[in-house]
Design a protein around this ligand. Structure first.
Ligand code: PGA
Length: 259
């Protein structure tokens, strides 16, 4: 089974900003206010599950995303989980899958992530699959091995009927995420080289869905355009700065010329 409709912005080649709010804010009123203040076209706002409905009611220009999903569904005995269908019924169109914080804190494996990507495809949600290496893996010369495994296994369960559905692959080096000790953004030219490497991995899959690439890790108004000026980089996955309306405003305007 495969969803045959269209997603909102997944198919158009526009630069997007994915606002990953993580476990913020604490109240629905704050969530609605933040959504209202960052409601721009080409922004995908990903609040915690509990605020999806309130944010959905607020948005007029931005798109609604989720930070995770469960692969079973549409309903069932899975305590604490949320299915792709349930997200879709709330107006969600995009879903972050395999964020490093879930891999590291909750033990998500590439295989679990593969089921999640497949579940998103089946319901017509656009996956934003996160990949990236830790500082230790990078220092040990294992960056490429780790990323290749994340990409190949993460995309290993795509339903054959869904091969024309698009997805985003977000390269997020874990050492670059703003909460990592001594975090600093990747060098944009290194990100482009890593995207080239990921494309080679994709070429060895049995079939190639349309993929666009995002960069994430300490993206701010100061550096967003340095990444997004590259045609290879279709957007940014923004964590800490996404909680600051002024920062989102500046990022959106700094990249407007590339859309
Ligand atoms: P950051 O987070 O922008 O705060 O570095 C990015 C992410 O974890 O998705």
């Amino acid at each position: 089974m495969c969803y045959s409709g269209t997603t909102t912005i997944g198919y158009k080649f526009v630069k997007i900003i994915v606002a990953n709010w993580k476990m913020n804010p604490a109240t629905e009123a704050e969530a609605a206010a933040l959504a209202r203040a960052t409601d721009y076209e080409h922004v995908v706002i990903c609040p915690p599950f509990i605020f999806l409905e309130a944010v959905a009611k607020t948005l007029q220009r931005a798109t609604l995303g989720a930070q995770d999903l469960f692969w079973e569904g549409p309903t069932g005995p899975y305590t604490g989980e949320v299915s792709a269908r349930e997200l879709k019924n709330l107006g969600v169109t995009h879903v972050i899958i395999g964020h490093s914080e879930r891999r590291l804190n909750l033990g998500e494996t590439n295989d679990m992530i593969a089921y999640k990507v497949a579940a998103a495809f089946t319901e017509g949600l656009t996956p934003i699959l996160c990949v990236g290496e830790t500082a230790d893996q990078r220092n040990a010369g294992r960056k490429e091995t780790i990323i290749a495994e994340e990409v190949k296994t993460g995309l290993s369960r795509l339903p054959a009927a869904c091969t024309t559905q698009s997805l985003y692959l977000a390269y997020e080096p874990i050492w670059a995420i703003s909460t990592a000790p001594g975090a600093a953004p990747d060098k944009p030219e290194d990100t482009v080289a890593t995207i080239g490497f990921i494309k080679q991995q994709l070429a060895s899959l049995p079939y190639q869905p349309p993929v666009q690439f995002l960069y994430g890790g300490s993206v701010t108004p100061k550096n967003a355009a340095d990444f997004l000026k590259y045609p290879e980089i279709a957007g940014a996955l923004v964590g800490a700065a996404s909680l600051n309306p002024e920062a989102i405003n500046e990022i959106v305007y700094s990249i407007a010329g590339y859309n």
